[in-house]
Design a protein. Structure first.
Length: 679
């Protein structure tokens, strides 16, 4: 009996081992790369780096206009185990900026032109099994007239700045070769509160020379149990990279992905089976939702009005550039959630898959976009009317849509930012991109960010404008006039504000409230605060504005900028570049967008005062605020509709003054304090 039990155990273990080995393996190969610039011809100049990596983390962020833009060489030795023979091997790059050429053992494997999408190359027949193999990746972040973007008010960091994977699959697999997508597209054909009709479109790949019969299984799980399961018999065509198979299904009374209120997601599991053995498995999120935008009433999610208030975000940070790790994306998300955003524009390019995962998880409605970026206020070109440029943009659009298709948070595909019709006119090309977006994904609307009048504003399903009334000239009141006139003249337009913002240095403080010159070194924090108070009031009073996005959530690198308190930084962020200091305007939005009770004294960094009578500005979302100066109560006030209390002409004494505000919440007393010194 013992021998029988031992034999059964061995057979079971062997069967389990075969099944595990047959399934997909994903190996992260970020460690122990060597890096050198192409002009460093001596191999001894190479230094060890781990990925993610950029070579511009220092020079681009020090305000150098001529930060290094050229070719960097990444090399790595990787041992290919002999037991992997008979499997298929793929290299997957999550992102490298911007033109990448990959070599294995000195042989060119492929080129990818574009800095923000993933790409995959099969290396099954290019490696030597049982030996160390040499990888070389040549990455070029130099200017390319046929690769988007041509220009941008941000840094073009060079390097392999996202993860690199070695994928191992069976000869029969769910294909990773369709624009580096998951190989699974969960098409939400019709969704209501009562029923969801879905098509799972699966790309299969047969690496053998024979027709193979397999079973494709679909399971939909709700986190506790399987709520739907079906199988389909498939004949896999020999030597095929992508064979499309559809499985249609219906879920009754589905639980919807309902934004921040309930960001619930099912999990769709696609499994490839032959002779009872699992060959490959891919799992994807299925967040079911339906939404519409009304030109008069704004955005509706699952039949309920949801005013979208949010921010724009660049994928970079002080000291690390764009070589972000998961902890950086998590930090940014926590800060945004604390402020109360319910929407985000991830600009000006597709960002890391993990960032979209976080938006899915937390219910933040997302605008994703390709890097079709115009010159904005600068003298340059964003569009070159040449076949190679046009084709590259189409490829980057397909990459973005296919790679991020299953993210329920993504509700809008963005097609351009601040293009001009002068010179090479992009209008006809935008029409082509719009048609491709709808062909690739009929379920999501397109949008764009404009700063011009003209025909380019009448192509995408939605349109948004980058407006800086009160920063780049005019006054905040100009925004109200412009919005009302635009809505009146084009009542069919679905209008949003894709950017609005003002620069601010936490070191620039003033007693008076004076609009500054944007290009100057002086960027007082209190003007940014006032700018946002006035602009938000205007936006919030107009329900036809379907969304608004502050530019920007964080200060970010822009090497050509020579303004504010340091070179090379766009300081329009509500939070500093290193994420350590939240500016006053941040707390204004927190009081308005986050229902958690809070109280905050604005102008706290304006420590040295010259006037004996001062205005004390407080942001709070509670019923009543009490002001105490030097232990003496100076007044009570209810916050206005914008969650602002302004205590006028509060007297200070010579020297140090203790400023305190209090508010009673139902659960606890809220207190904030700061100190000012009257000279």
């Amino acid at each position: 009996m013992k021998n029988l039990r031992r034999t059964f155990t061995v057979l079971f273990a062997a069967a389990f081992s075969m099944q595990v080995l047959a399934q997909r393996e994903d190996k992260l190969i970020n460690q122990d790369w060597s890096f050198r610039f192409s002009h460093q011809v001596n191999a001894s100049a190479a230094r060890r780096v781990d990925l993610p990596h950029t070579w511009n983390a220092q020079d681009a962020l020090s305000g150098k206009h001529d930060y290094k833009r050229g070719i960097g060489n990444y090399t790595k030795k990787i041992f290919i185990r002999p037991e992997w023979q008979g499997k298929r091997l793929f290299l997957r790059f999550e992102g490298a900026n911007c033109v990448s050429n990959v070599f294995v053992n000195g042989k060119h494997i492929g080129e990818h032109r574009g800095g923000y999408g993933a790409f995959v190359f099969e290396i099954t027949d290019k490696v030597e099994y049982g030996k160390e193999n040499a990888l070389l990746v040549r990455v070029n972040n130099g200017e390319q007239l046929d690769v988007m973007p041509l220009v941008g008010d941000f840094n073009f960091y060079g390097g392999i700045y996202r993860d690199v994977h070695l994928l191992l699959t069976d000869n029969l697999c769910i294909s990773p070769l369709d624009y580096a997508s998951s190989g699974v597209y969960l098409i939400q054909q019709q969704v209501t509160d009562k029923q969801a009709t879905i098509c799972a479109r699966v790309n299969l790949s047969n690496g053998t020379g024979e027709l193979r019969k397999v079973v494709l299984r679909l399971q939909v799980n709700d986190g506790k149990k399987t709520v739907y399961e079906t199988e389909k018999e498939v004949s896999m065509i020999p030597h095929t990279d992508v064979q499309v198979e559809d499985i249609g299904f219906i879920l009754k009374n589905p639980r919807l992905w309902n934004g921040m209120q309930d960001p619930f997601m099912y999990q769709a599991v696609l499994t490839l089976i032959k002779d009872g053995k699992e060959l490959d498995k891919v799992e994807q999120p299925l967040g079911l939702r339906y939404y519409v935008t009304d030109p008069d009433k704004g955005f509706f999610l699952n039949g309920k009005h949801l005013p979208l208030h949010g921010v724009c975000r660049h994928q970079e940070k002080a000291e690390v550039g764009n070589a972000l790790c998961p902890v950086h994306h998590e930090e940014d998300t926590r800060i945004m959630l604390d402020m109360g955003v319910n929407a985000v524009r991830l600009a000006h390019y597709p960002q890391a898959t993990y960032m979209y995962d976080l938006m899915d998880k937390h219910g933040i409605v997302t605008w994703a976009e390709i890097p079709f970026v115009g010159p904005g206020g600068y003298a340059d070109k964003g569009f070159v009317d040449q076949p190679s440029f046009r084709e590259n943009g189409k490829e980057q659009l397909k990459e973005m849509i296919r790679q991020h298709y299953n993210h329920p948070s993504i509700c809008f595909w963005g097609l351009f930012n601040e293009l001009k019709e002068q010179g090479d006119n992009p209008v006809e090309y935008i029409k082509e991109l719009n048609a491709i977006a709808h062909q690739e994904d009929p379920t999501r609307p397109t949008t764009s960010a404009s700063n011009q009048e003209g025909a380019l504003n009448f192509i995408t399903d939605h349109i948004a404008w980058n407006r800086y009334d009160g920063w780049y000239g005019a006054t905040p009141a100009t925004l109200a006039t412009w919005l009302d006139a635009t809505h009146k003249n084009h009542p069919e337009m679905k209008i949003a504000i894709s950017e609005y913002g003002a620069g601010a240095s936490i070191y620039h403080q003033q007693d008076s409230l004076v609009q500054t010159v944007p290009g100057s070194w002086w960027h007082p924090e209190n003007w940014q605060t006032e700018y946002h108070i006035q602009n938000w009031k205007i936006i919030n009073e107009r329900p036809y504005v379907w969304a608004s996005f502050v530019w920007n959530m964080f200060d970010f690198g822009a090497a050509h900028r020579t303004e504010g308190d340091r070179l090379g930084i766009n300081d329009k962020g509500l939070v500093t570049h290193n994420r350590k200091i939240k500016k006053d305007a941040y707390y204004f939005y927190r009081a308005n967008w986050n229902p958690e009770p809070m109280i905050y004294i604005a102008g706290r960094r304006n420590v040295n005062r010259v006037k004996p009578l001062v205005d004390v500005q407080v942001f709070s979302n509670v019923e009543e605020v009490i002001l105490i100066v030097n232990d003496c109560q100076c007044g009570k006030m209810k916050p206005d509709s914008l969650k602002v209390c302004l205590f006028k002409d509060v007297p200070l004494r010579k020297g140090r003054n203790e400023i305190e505000v209090r508010a009673n919440d139902s659960k606890k007393q809220l207190i904030d304090r700061c100190a000012w010194i009257l000279q």
